[in-house]
Design a protein around this ligand. Sequence first.
Ligand SMILES: Nc1nc2c(c(=O)[nH]1)N[C@H]1C(S)=C(S)[C@@H](COP(=O)(O)OP(=O)(O)OC[C@H]3O[C@@H](n4cnc5c(N)ncnc54)[C@H](O)[C@@H]3O)O[C@H]1N2
Ligand code: MOO
Length: 653
Amino acid sequence: MKPPQGAHSASGGAEQSQFLTVLSRDEALRRWTAALAPKPIGRETVSLDASLGRVLAVSVAAPIDVPPFDRSQMDGYAARSADLAGAAEDAPVRLTLNAETVACGVAPRLPVGPGTATPIATGGPLPRGADAVIMVEHTDPDGPGGILARRPVPPGGNLAYAGSDLARGEVVLRAGTLIGAREIGLLAACGVAQAEVWRRPRVAVLSTGDELAQPGEPLRPAQIYDSNGPIVAAALTENGCDPVRFGAIPDDAAALEAALREAHATCDAVILSGGTSKGAGDLTYRLIDRLGAPGIVAHGVALKPGKPLCLAVCDGKAVVVLPGFPTSAMFTFHDMVAPVLRRLAGQPPRAEASLEARVPVRVPSDLGRTEFVMASLARTDEGYVAFPLGKGSGSVSSFSQADGFFTIDALHDGLDAGALAPVTLLDPGLRPPDLVIVGSHCVGLEPVLDQLAAEGVSARSIAVGSMAGVAALRRGECDIAPIHLMDPATGQYNKSYVPDGAELVKGWGRLQGLAFRAGDRRFESFTLEQALKRVAGDPDLLMVNRNPGSGTRILTDKLLAGRKPEGYWNQPRSHNAVAAAIAQGRADWGVTIRPVADAYGLGFIPILDEQYDFLVARARRDSPAVQAFLLALARPETADALLQRGFTPAERG
Ligand SMILES: Nc1nc2c(c(=O)[nH]1)N[C@H]1C(S)=C(S)[C@@H](COP(=O)(O)OP(=O)(O)OC[C@H]3O[C@@H](n4cnc5c(N)ncnc54)[C@H](O)[C@@H]3O)O[C@H]1N2
Ligand code: MOO
């Protein structure tokens, strides 16, 4: 959305007309549902094949008996139980065969009189007079026209009576049932070819913002891909609605008004994302308020993520503006919007599940807002651990990687390390991963994890950095911690960081170096010593550093020997961020690894081969998942893949 207007704008300052009242989550929902009175929007009749995933609008009673007639459950002979009462192995009873055979789908013509039997197939209709079936195994032929029955069969033996499965008139599926494969089978068995189901609400999906490109299009400078549109559309389908995509609307009053009016006129509900927060983006609100009464009922909710959520009802239709930040958009959709849309769709409430987990690190939070923290779960010997996915509301990955979320209430400024928290699962069918890897993530891990996936071993890699990985391993929260930590005293990698109960497994080498824009004369063809002298002496050179605790930071500090050049406090958390800052000219140099520098087309002066190794918890070493990991690591294909990506595989004997 557009930034706040500065002093040069016509209005002479940023408008601050939004968030007049920030409501609690519950109050915002109460006002919205009171204005909307959500209920199913209508019925339609669909064919049985098209009914999967739909919700029955009316109860269905069986129009016929199932089975429709008394039928045999065995291949054998329809007979009279009274005739068989005295039959035994040493005293068989002779029965005369009637002159017909009852196959499936053949109506019998002849009755079974006393002393007679009719050959019958499993599923064949029982002839008049018969009240039992004797299995063929319990008989012997006795000439062309008779059998000897060697067992007694009680009345009703080996047969199913008409209506014993479903009786005509019995309700087989109730209104409100979600139709799955089993329900379809049930309806088909009763001969029902169509189902009366709730109509799926058509919900318009509009992204807003000049910066949005659609996936598949090239990304121009300062653009990002529209992820909210596709994820909201998919989440609507998951919740029983039909999304209608309107794409990304630029920040232009006429375009937005036209799209919004069309969406409101042609759909049952409208969901926008972006431009709900402060700034001069109040265009959307003025337009929504003009769409119909009562208009906006809540704008600003005391929760995080999701504070700028805007809820409206215009002429009986729900209109929602989700925050632009992807995690905020998805969380508010999941928590507040989806349950209401499900009621429009006639869908049953979503199944909720939660479990208790220990949160291993302190999680700070804002006072005054209920904070929802997305977390990845790992199972340990002492129960579940919830790792907060600390990427913030702007992240697209934290909502998708989260297993669930826990809350920190508005009156607290954080959750202490080690606290227990109930975690609400985003997918109630959570299956904890077989292998938990916590520490520094490296793209060299991908071929190893691909092999595990192909073998059916599910692995979860949680990137928290090397130091935090060591701590997690020490607390028993993971199986493996990848690290690349130089001991500043010895210059050696990793060996001095192995905690009790762990062992070090060799990974691979990553060439660390000083990266700069290719062709930059201030670095081109310099040795490392020359380059370091240059950065110390040239105040125009801007560096990009790494976050404290990262292996690269330790190395950088060692190289700088106490100096803090311009840019030192710019401390992103990844190799890629360092390379992007240099490539895009926000910085001139930084320390990163060769594969990343190459990917960004940067110049590179080698420093040293840093060792990326694995701490393995000894107690877990023999588990099948850890064994699979170690095997995958040792495969020649892995070494090839590492070489291809610019890493130096460890020598293995
Ligand atoms: N001064 C203040 N700034 C902000 C506040 C505030 O209270 N005061 N609130 C912050 C919070 S909290 C959130 S959440 C965001 C929400 O911002 P908007 O809803 O106005 O959204 P935008 O500004 O349009 O975009 C924010 C961010 O998200 C990206 N975005 C937008 N649409 C999409 C999309 N369809 N797919 C992917 N990403 C999208 C957009 O490019 C921005 O990066 O505001 C804070 N600021
Ligand atoms: O409410 Mo925003 O969604 O904190 O990030």
